[in-house]
Design a protein around this ligand. Structure first.
Ligand code: DON
Length: 309
């Protein structure tokens, strides 16, 4: 198959969806995110050859929220390897990202690393040997390294907003604590968790940061190995099965690529061997996933023929 004309395809998709910018509801359970203008939409596609194609608000930083969980998982696997799976499962939950129901039924072991409970455990693992401040610094350094861009910050207002209103995550943390599932103080783990969710990045930066997942675990631009190829495949497998929560099956059907969403309205998607893609539009669907972002990825997969199937 001839290489798709990415510039043309991305421009077309942006133009087709532009009349719908503003659809969906911004996340309002985090007050600071409720302030975000929903009329924003960006797309960035980066290939292993280093071609970058963008449209719309691709350079505007937004709250990456749960997309951070992919990078925390990468760090935690680097820390303790496959023994991570004694702490958290690898099955889709079929429940909302912040659900507590299965935790009681499954002895406090979260179903997967991308639901909130699972990401809190992964954060606990990544904190080993670090103060909370050091752990946050390490995560930020990792994001800057992967994005090859020092200009990445934590939005402190978003972190504080989530801390102030994070009763549900506190409940998940304390509930897991009751099963002795956390090594660190619940408040410290949640502090680190809220801060990595509050990292602000643009579509361009996130697509660049995720490029190693599309390139067999290597940063193809600098020629550095980030993880081994098998680990990149496995992270992609988890993104495919669990990355969009209880809409993961529908996303696999419509888009056919591993993805990870966040309630800031971003979705990072991976077309192995082809590209890393980040789309962003703050209006969400009922599952907490970007409405326009999902549409854009569906159109991109259709137009390029990219699919893991
Ligand atoms: O913990 C939370 O609820 C948020 N910091 C992250 C949730 C999220 O992004 C779910 N994604 N769609």
């Amino acid at each position: 198959m001839a290489a798709p004309d990415l510039g043309r395809i991305v421009a077309d998709i942006y133009a087709e969806l532009a009349p719908r910018i503003g659809e969906g509801e911004v996340a309002d359970y985090i007050p600071e995110l409720a302030q975000v203008n929903p009329r924003q939409f960006g797309i960035a596609v980066i290939t292993p050859e280093g071609e970058v194609v963008t449209a719309g608000d691709a350079d505007r930083p937004f709250s990456i929220q749960s997309i951070s969980k992919v990078f925390l998982l990468t760090l935690a696997l680097g820390r303790i390897g496959e023994s991570l799976w004694t702490r958290v499962g690898r099955e889709p939950s079929g429940s909302a990202f912040n659900s507590i129901v299965q935790l009681e039924q499954e002895a406090g072991r979260p179903r997967n690393p991308f639901i909130n409970a699972g990401a809190i455990v992964v954060t606990d693992v990544a904190m080993a040997g670090h103060s909370p401040r050091e752990a946050i610094g390490e995560i930020l350094t990792f994001m800057r390294y992967l994005a090859d861009d020092e200009d990445i910050l934590i939005d402190q207002a978003v972190a504080a907003s989530e801390l102030a209103t994070g009763a549900r995550n506190q409940a998940l943390g304390w509930f897991m604590r009751s099963f002795d599932r956390l090594d660190h103080d619940v408040d410290k783990v949640l502090g680190v968790y809220f801060h990595h969710c509050a990292i602000a990045m643009s579509c361009r930066q996130l697509a660049r940061a995720g490029l190693f997942l599309a390139a067999g675990g290597r940063d193809p631009v600098r020629g550095h190995a980030v993880v081994r190829p098998a680990r990149a495949r496995r992270i992609n497998a988890l993104m495919l099965t669990c990355g969009l929560y209880d809409a993961s099956g529908d996303f696999a059907y419509r888009v056919g690529l591993p993805g990870k969403s966040g309630v800031g309205g971003g979705i990072l998607a991976v077309a192995p061997g082809r590209a890393a893609i980040c789309v962003w539009s703050p209006g969400l669907d009922g599952f907490g996933n970007s409405r326009l972002g999902g549409q854009a990825l569906e159109a991109l997969a259709r137009r390029t023929g990219w699919s893991v199937f």
